[in-house]
Design a protein around this ligand. Structure first.
Ligand code: NAP
Length: 330
């Protein structure tokens, strides 16, 4: 069987991703080995950490080398099975990589229902939604009436964080790039206010929107967003460092100069990795899907099309082209 793949062709450490960091490849699959399934890949998930994995940054689960198949999670249909109890035709979520067909070892994938929440298992019910859930509820510890600021609010993680904060009876402010993203956050997701960081300075708008200060800052962006937010934290604030996408393309990113406000405000700043909460995923998924079914949690998927567009789709995350969770349908 002939299979198209995308291989890693460049290490983007310290610079933005480029299309030629990937090279198209075609390979011949041998007979399927015992203990494996063969899957026709239907959807790929896109996450900023994929760039970090290409750079071999320690802390991400698996480093990658030049010539490797680009790593990615995805959904596929089983077309051949040598694993007991996994029938042909089943849908699975697993580490398929950027290839049209993937062989997956038993234990590395999960069989899922082919229902209306199929693709949500890569987004709001996958690592994206779980990151929002644990980062906000466990690290941010929002209390009713708290002012919660979320950066990167129109992205996969940020859009879920803001909605969970609303469910916890908080006042929610989101930062996002551009008026259409900001309108989506207030009009459809119920955010109380937004800051278009491309048109206005975050710290100036925060003085108007949150005169008493921010109680929780959930940061996906770093850089200016983090520095500005630190100037406006309330006493006892929790600053949650989830990501720092503004620094992922920089060779020597700056740290925050306003960090000393953490002392004056007796605040805490904590990073976290989703993998620390693995044992609690089932309970979190149960709550997230309950909120979706009850109409309390909107999940938006930004679905691009065509396997040939995988590199361009990953780059969308770093140019702000995506709204909601970025996926690609093959
Ligand atoms: N700690 C963990 O375990 C964990 C797990 C998953 C993800 N993360 C992190 O969570 C963050 C969000 O991930 P996601 O999957 O939800 O991605 P995402 O937010 O859907 O996509 C990235 C968004 O970041 C914004 N952005 C890109 N470059 C920027 C820049 N230079 N300055 C400001 N904003 C920029 C863009 O939105 P705008 O148009 O608004 O600029 C873009 O749409 C990432 O930093 C990721 O690394 C952490």
């Amino acid at each position: 069987m002939n299979v198209k793949q995308w291989l890693i062709n460049g290490n983007p450490r310290g610079r933005p991703l480029q299309l030629d960091d990937f090279t198209a490849h075609e390979t011949q699959f041998d007979d399927l080995q015992d203990g494996r399934i063969r899957v026709r890949v239907e959807y790929l998930s896109f996450d900023p950490s994929q760039k970090g994995q290409m750079e071999n940054i320690s802390g991400y689960s698996s480093g990658q080398a030049l010539g490797d198949i680009m790593v990615a999670r995805g959904i596929g249909e089983v077309i051949e099975s040598r694993v007991q109890d996994v029938p042909v035709g089943a849908r699975v979520v697993g580490p398929v990589g950027w290839q049209e067909v993937a062989d997956l070892e038993a234990g590395t994938f999960e069989v899922v229902e082919n229902d209306d929440l199929l693709t949500a298992r890569l987004g709001v019910l996958g690592s994206t939604g779980l990151t929002a859930y644990f980062g906000l509820l466990r690290v941010g510890q929002p209390q009713p009436g708290d002012v919660v600021l979320v950066s990167g609010a129109a992205g996969g993680v940020g859009s879920v964080v803001g909605q969970i904060a609303k469910l916890m009876s908080c006042e929610v402010i989101g930062t996002a790039g551009g008026p259409s993203k900001c309108a989506w956050l207030t009009d459809e997701l119920g955010f109380d206010a937004t800051i278009d960081y491309k048109a206005e300075r975050i710290k100036h708008r925060l003085s108007e929107l949150a005169p008493g200060g921010i109680n929780v800052f959930f940061d996906n962006v770093g850089g200016v967003a983090l520095n500005d937010a630190l100037t406006r934290i309330a006493t006892g604030a929790r600053v949650v460092i989830c990501g720092g996408i503004s620094r992922y393309g920089e060779a020597r990113p700056d740290g925050p100069t306003n960090y000393f406000n953490i002392v004056f405000r007796q605040a805490t700043m904590a990073g976290f990795l989703l993998s620390g909460y693995e044992r609690e995923y089932p309970e979190a998924r149960r709550r997230l899907s309950g909120w979706i079914r009850d109409g309390k949690l909107v999940h938006r998927e930004d679905i691009q099309h065509g396997f040939e567009n995988a590199p361009a789709t990953l780059i969308r995350l770093f140019t702000g082209a995506n709204m909601g969770k970025q996926l690609l349908k093959l």
